[in-house]
Design a binder for this molecule. Structure first.
Ligand SMILES: NC(=O)c1ccc[n+]([C@@H]2O[C@H](COP(=O)([O-])OP(=O)(O)OC[C@H]3O[C@@H](n4cnc5c(N)ncnc54)[C@H](OP(=O)(O)O)[C@@H]3O)[C@@H](O)[C@H]2O)c1
Length: 310
């Protein structure tokens, strides 16, 4: 099959479009013909070697942990899916990913894709959407009328987090540049904050939760927007400091998004009801994955970048 692989860590140019072995579905797995795969920041962080020592990969390696496609065949013991099913999901990030013609994926990591969305839009959802969902509801356990500050609210995780929170009648403040203020309003954000002109801690106080995906100075300034007992949910390392959390009388944790078939099914239901709409910043051909990485590395993408399958 064709795939995009890298043989050495480095700049986007290390991504090579080439022939690679077609995977075989093991017991409990299905083989999916990839119609679309999306790009997440973790992809270029791995490619650039930023995660070496923390997560090591056998080279050459295929990136990409969002897939939307069609089940081609099923391994032994698969009960939930049959050839021809249109599925989307979050494959195991320790294995070869979806920048390829085919991927073998455990059936527990996929669900039927939203019927009303094409493969490009469906592929935009799983990793970012599940991370957003789990941060808001599983970790922060937010309920109607509580208040959350979502950083990078126009990004891949953020734009879905804003939509999910509003569906649960949660009050949402979100940060983005001036360019994205109107977009945040369209998403339903109650308090869009232009980080170029406003310090978020000047306008956000006594919040129940912060979804924090920037780290560094943004994290340091985020503690003070929380009310006592509130929670900072970090999406990037290092884990938040327990000393800082204690000093502000709040809780803090770091999470890594997990595949979850029930949640994917629920998100597909919401998409089909017209309540969730992934934003596509750009679609690239699979062979142009390096271009897609260059765009993602700007860290100013609105919504998601998607690679179209072949
Ligand atoms: N823990 C996990 O499981 C998990 C899962 C997914 C992602 N992540 C991590 O979470 C981070 C965000 O992921 P993503 O997919 O949402 O990334 P992304 O789509 O690349 O984020 C881009 C967004 O960041 C915004 N942004 C840039 N600088 C900002 C600032 N100073 N303040 C507020 N917003 C800013 C940009 O808005 P403007 O253009 O308006 O500046 C843009 O919309 C990444 O570091 C990623 O690795 C972690």
């Amino acid at each position: 099959m064709k795939a995009v692989r890298f043989h050495t860590y480095g700049a986007p140019g290390v991504l090579v479009y080439e022939d690679a072995p077609k995977p075989e579905p093991a017991a409990g797995e299905v083989l999916v013909k990839v119609h679309a795969a999306s790009v997440n920041p973790i992809d270029w962080k791995i490619r650039a070697g930023h995660l070496r020592g923390f997560r090591d990969y056998p080279l050459p390696f295929i990136l990409g942990w969002d897939v939307s496609g069609v089940v081609e065949s099923a391994g032994a013991g698969v009960t939930g899916f049959a050839p021809g099913d249109e599925v989307y999901g979050f494959p195991d990030a320790s294995r070869n990913g979806a920048y390829a013609e085919y991927i073998a994926v455990e059936e527990s990591r996929i669900a039927l894709k939203p019927r009303s969305l094409d493969h490009v839009h469906s592929a935009a959802i799983p990793l970012a959407g599940l991370t957003a969902w789990q941060a808001l509801f599983d970790t922060a356990a937010l309920k109607a009328s509580q208040r959350v500050l979502i950083h990078a609210a126009a990004g891949g995780v953020g734009h879905l987090a804003v939509q999910f929170a509003k569906l649960h009648e949660i009050y949402v403040a979100g940060t983005a540049s001036g360019r994205n203020q109107e977009y945040l309003k369209q998403l339903g954000c109650d308090l869009p904050i232009n980080y170029e002109t406003t310090r978020f801690e000047d306008v956000v106080h006594d919040f129940d939760a912060v979804i924090e995906s920037m780290g560094g100075e943004v994290r340091n300034r985020s503690w003070k927007v929380l009310k006592k007992g509130g929670i900072l949910v970090a999406l990037i390392g290092p884990p938040p400091s327990e000393d800082d959390a204690r000093a502000h009388e709040v809780r803090a944790t770091i999470i890594w998004g997990q595949a979850n078939r029930e949640q994917l099914t629920e998100i597909a239901r919401l998409a089909d009801a017209g309540k969730v709409q992934p934003e596509i910043a750009a679609v690239f051909a699979l062979r142009d994955a390096a271009e897609a990485h260059r765009m993602s590395e700007t860290e100013h993408v609105r919504g998601k970048i998607v690679l179209r399958g072949i």
